[in-house]
Design a protein around this ligand. Structure first.
Ligand code: GRF
Length: 211
């Protein structure tokens, strides 16, 4: 499998995926990291991991459509089978996503469908939720709304603040994301008729792992 990883920031999930490729948990023939920001610290991290990378700064383009065309050109050249969004902070258009249904996955820091969007750790604390976590899902045109594949669930502790929750959730993300991309790399997982199918079984619900 050829794996494209899209980042905007620090790239800790990108690192987890790259390390999983190195140890064979993900069966990837080639990896390439793409960033929509030239100053993403994840670009240096990718270099230190020996991953090829490319910045396509969104700010260099006058419109989202122009940026997506540039991203599209780079992706077509690399020809990935799978595109993993790993802290990629740009909303991709419905057309862009629809062309790649079943090919793109994302990791979101909440137990979807709860708390879509940003600031999920804050929302969990404000809502007084007793559980929190992260979700790996297929990307569809609905933001954070694609079919969920695997969730990491953890209990919110009374003393948790936003930073502590974020750190604990991220540690789980680094375990579940490589697992899902590993399934894709070995053709164990696909999206069929809008529903994930793992080892030939349709997944009516995401798998949930407690941490
Ligand atoms: C992660 O928490 C992920 O769930 C969210 O963005 C964050 C990215 O962190 N989509 P990193 O850049 O992978 O460290």
């Amino acid at each position: 499998m050829r794996l494209a990883i899209l980042i905007s920031g620090q790239g800790s999930n990108m690192q987890a995926l790259a390390l999983a490729c190195q140890r064979g948990q993900i069966d990837a023939q080639a990896i390439r990291v793409f960033s929509d920001r030239a100053d993403a610290t994840g670009l240096a991290l990718a270099a230190s991991l020996g991953c090829a990378s490319e910045a396509i700064p969104a700010h260099d383009y006058p419109t989202r459509a122009a940026f997506e065309q540039a991203l599209e050109r780079s992706l077509v050249k690399f020809a990935p089978a799978t595109i993993a969004l790993a802290g990629f902070m740009r909303v991709l258009s419905g057309e862009f996503v629809a062309r790649r249904l079943g090919q793109m996955v994302n990791i979101h820091p909440s137990l979807l469908p709860r708390h879509k969007g940003l600031h999920t750790h804050r929302k969990v604390l404000q809502a007084g939720d007793s559980q929190h976590g992260a979700t790996v899902h297929f990307v569809t045109p609905e933001l954070d709304g694609g079919p969920a594949i695997l969730q990491a669930r953890l209990a919110v502790a009374p003393q948790d603040d936003e930073a502590q929750l974020s750190a604990r959730v991220q540690a789980c993300e680094h375990i579940i994301y490589p697992r899902v991309v590993g399934w894709l790399s070995r053709d164990q997982l696909c999206l069929r008729d809008g529903m994930p199918e793992l080892n030939g079984e349709r997944m009516h619900q995401p798998l949930v792992e407690d941490f």
